[in-house]
Design a protein around this ligand. Sequence first.
Ligand SMILES: [Zn+2]
Length: 279
Amino acid sequence: MPELPEVETVMRGLQLRLEGRHIVRAVANRPDMRWPLPEGLAVRLTGARVTGFRRRGKYILMRLNGGDSVLLHLGMSGRMVLTQERSNLPAPHEHLELETDEGWRVGFVDPRRFGSVDLVPTAAEDRHRLLAALGPEPLEDGFSPASLGAALTGKRTPIKAALLDQKVVAGLGNIYVSEALFRARLSPLRSAYTVPGARAGRLVEAIRDTLREAIAAGGSSLRDYVQPDGSLGYFQHAWKVYGREGEACERCPGPPSCAGVRRIAQSGRSTFYCSPTQR
Ligand SMILES: [Zn+2]
């Protein structure tokens, strides 16, 4: 599932080809994805000029000159596919197609249809039902050791679960939470209420470093972003613990000296961590 850095990379890829351009053709190939597509979506997009982009958590907002923003969420398996080829037929599972005056074609492909598209007045973006409750952006000033500490105070859930809660901090998912907790040397099993204070300071720094590195990796992937199928935002990145069960991490020797990176299930999802160095 795409998390903040992947969404940021997708947004930057779209920005390269769409910002400042007119949409000359828009086609919705089905009436719904996760939720119904807005009434008259294709008509409202056709002829509009794209004035800018913004990311909020895992959402992309594409702003149009008429005062609307298109709210995009990639869901579990959604992809934005950017091509210059003209095709008479939509690709399989391509639910929305846009074409710019420069001939670039963007397809929103989503086999599982957990993704969504909505329209919201640009002036009221933050009041949209999907954005209104989101917590602070981890790379902005509103996210600090004090604000994170306040959000965790009294929470008896494990810190892993607390960080997946988009009301605590926006944009993190299973991968980046594991990575950030590793960097902060905090056990994913630790109760959230024990984190405020010095640990929250370490955690904020670790979250930011983790996200910034991944965004940088995504940015360099954009240079050759015309991947075989034109998909944006899925880049190769070396995780420190995620997906590395049984391997040595950068801080400990691994088997046979220690068990190496462990994988456990928390709320039905995999968590990877180094038990000797994360407390
Ligand atoms: Zn280790």
